[in-house]
Design a protein around this ligand. Sequence first.
Ligand SMILES: *Cc1c(COP(=O)(O)O)cnc(C)c1O
Length: 463
Amino acid sequence: MIDYQKLADLPSVDGLLKHDRIEKLVVDSPKKVKATIQDILKSYREAYLSGEITELPREEEIINQILKQQEEKNEYSLKEVINATGTIVHTNLGRSPLSLKVKEQLEKSAFSYTNLEYNLETGERGSRYQHLEEVVKKLTGAEDVVVVNNNAAAVMLALSTLIPQKEVLISRGELVEIGGSFRIPEVIELSGGVIREVGTTNKTHLKDYEKGINEETGAIMKVHTSNYRVIGFTESPSIEELADLAHKNNLPIINDLGSGLLIDMQSFGLPYEPTIQESLKQGCDVVMFSGDKLLGGPQVGVIIGKKEYIEPMKSNQLLRALRVDKLTLSALEATLNLYLEPEIALKEIPTLSMISKTYEVCLEEAKGLELSLRQAELPIIIERITEKSQVGGGSYPEYQLPTELVGIKSETISVNQLAMLLRGLEKPIIPRIKNDRIWFDVRTLNQKEREMIVCELKKILDV
Ligand SMILES: *Cc1c(COP(=O)(O)O)cnc(C)c1O
């Protein structure tokens, strides 16, 4: 039996809007809240009329539902996550988190006008790249700099400016694909350049480059094989030799370094990787690298080198499409500034501090996490093992950092279910999943995040 009086007794939209628990929400988003209330009341009315429910909810219940739905509506799609995978430059998780030291600078430029393209000395129009000139010169010795959206864009801009319609000499062993979608040959073609492959996959000699030079040649290009190695019988001329050859023929030598390393990480037990400064010293005229790989800054492609080559890039129309905004520039300038004191950079730039975290520190942190989990007395099996973390982002492909993992397995729900619950948290936790266990790699976790993992597992598993 439908009791129409019951329907009439449902609270009204206006009444709910004025309720003191709802009023606060209404101030921020009146339209959204009203729509939520209307939806909820409508669904109750329909459910009652169709006989799906026989009792209508009380006002308190409806209000709780409004608050819950409103909270869900306010959740953003792009959000903070906890990276427990141990992969430091994790492309799917946004590569490098910025240093907190960058925050103040970033906030200042975000919420205010800036001298982005205004020269404060002359009172005239300035260049947005001028803000980086000094710090780049100090750190690398480069004469000039230009910044674009990412390193793929940097390669495009450099080639489209320097060798339009001309040939670029590149070793067959360096025609690589990086990160699934960045293919050197395709980017060169898009930029209007013509690829002239020299040598073979494993061996390329100086004389191969020499033979490749003709009147159509526009540049010699080196591509750092960031994400793979050709091992065994391999050969390629040194950058110095190539630079000599290029300069004898009045050609520029361009080097795509990929990961922009400013500090030699060999003292932290990592294998040799060319640094940006070194590449310039070896005679490269133009060097480009990503901002969000080993540099630990925002997503950008930085192009540095000789003024005669960088200056024309600034007037290439393509730059108008590839240019970065003030937030990015501000974050980049602040990150680079940290490098003026290398010890500070190692400590304050998360990517660097995670790379340089020793195994001993990882072990201690993992023991701490294990202990907290045991003390929580949850229905889980807990273990701890020595494993390897990846640097990620296609850097250091054949080297992995020793680390310690804490693994758990629930006695009540499956590993996949648990992983799904962790992903569904307000601040999702992304672990490794292997051998029917959920693993937390402490290398990419800080103290607060380790505590949050324990706290969230308590909420999920403690019944
Ligand atoms: C990563 C990489 C790129 C692409 O850089 P993005 O910043 O991701 O566009 C290009 N070249 C090399 C050698 C790389 O390692």
